[in-house]
Design a protein around this ligand. Structure first.
Ligand code: ASP
Length: 324
């Protein structure tokens, strides 16, 4: 072979090298970082979709829990990770509230991440330790107002959905709450069951089993309609606070700069997972459902994130609660 031919061949191998690597992606395990403690609702949703996604990708998926700072610790970690498709993030509504809540957030969601697709939108429930005195949501409101210095409210840190829900509740009833932060609402639920904390607001993916088992008291679901999974639990609208509503949407993210081929494969694997019969039935039992296939795409997810950042900014600014 002439030198010129050899150089051309070497050049084409160099050019083809990275493209080939992406065609064969993934060639090793993919880590999904969960921004809250194990055993909580975000963790539950992630582990449910991880199994069928792993089958689709033909590689193991490792779920890594990195709780702290309302989910922003894990998001910062993934924003700074290698953009190779092997480290991705499951996050929820907190991705859209953090830019307003945190004065010094080390990343901007729309710049730091490539969106992969939306996953599910989970209702919240207002629950309490089972021997908590108030019997109804209305009584809870009265009780909290009368005992605001002693009643404790659990959340998963500033930026968590439980924090956001508490913030909306404080605004709706015009009463500050004494909050107790956890690394996630999995450990918060443990303390609620043990009676160390009084009440909290959490996704149905963490509370449905405990409510149906009678282990916690349920006051309301934060949706306009009652839920099939929890038909006995009234809505916040029925309880007279229609403005107190929140749904916890989840999405998958990769660090910005992750090759398109990897994002496409991850998105296709997500879409397949959301059709998996076990995912559909477990989500239904837990009071939620997979998003439509059209929403489990990078573009729909990105549009939703951008719209949610704008939606929550004035609400958070009006509530006036910020963190550094
Ligand atoms: N439900 C939690 C939250 O308040 C997070 C979790 O532990 O999944 O955002």
């Amino acid at each position: 072979m002439h030198l010129a031919q050899r150089l051309m061949l070497a050049a084409s191998v160099l050019i083809a090298g990275p493209a080939f690597a992406q065609d064969s992606y993934p060639t090793g395990p993919v880590t999904i970082v969960v921004p809250f403690a194990a055993g909580g609702p975000t963790d539950t949703v992630t582990r449910l979709i991880a199994e069928p996604m792993s089958k689709e990708l033909g590689q193991q998926i490792v779920v890594q829990n990195v709780g702290g700072a309302g989910g922003t610790l894990a998001a910062t970690q993934v924003a700074n990770a290698e953009a190779d498709g092997y480290t991705i993030l499951m996050h929820h509504i907190g991705m859209s509230t953090a830019p307003t809540l945190y004065r010094n957030l080390p990343f901007q969601p729309l710049e730091a991440f490539s969106t992969i697709g939306l996953v599910t939108n989970v209702p919240m429930t207002v629950i309490a330790r089972k021997d908590f005195e108030p019997g109804t949501f209305q009584e809870l409101v009265e009780y909290v107002k009368a005992n605001k210095d002693t009643v404790t409210y659990a959340n998963a840190g500033i930026g968590a959905a439980s924090h956001l829900c508490g913030m909306l509740l404080m605004k709706a009833i015009d009463t500050p709450l004494t909050t107790v932060p956890y690394q996630g609402t999995g450990p918060a639920m443990t303390d609620l069951l043990g009676g160390q904390v009084d009440f909290m607001c959490d996704q149905t993916t963490n509370t449905t089993g405990q409510i149906l088992g009678g282990e916690v008291k349920a006051y309301a679901v934060t949706t306009p309609e009652r839920l099939d999974a929890l038909p006995e639990v009234p809505t916040t609208t029925e309880a007279g606070l229609p403005e107190f509503q929140v749904g916890v949407w989840h999405g998958l993210y990769a660090p910005a700069g992750t090759p398109d081929a990897a994002i496409e494969k991850l998105s296709a694997a997500l879409q397949a997972a959301l059709k998996d019969p076990n995912v559909v039935s477990r989500f239904a039992e837990l009071g939620t459902a997979p998003v439509d296939a059209a929403e489990a795409t990078p573009a729909a997810h990105r549009d939703h994130l951008a719209a949610q950042i704008e939606l929550w900014r004035p609400i958070i600014q009006e509530a006036g609660q910020f963190a550094d």
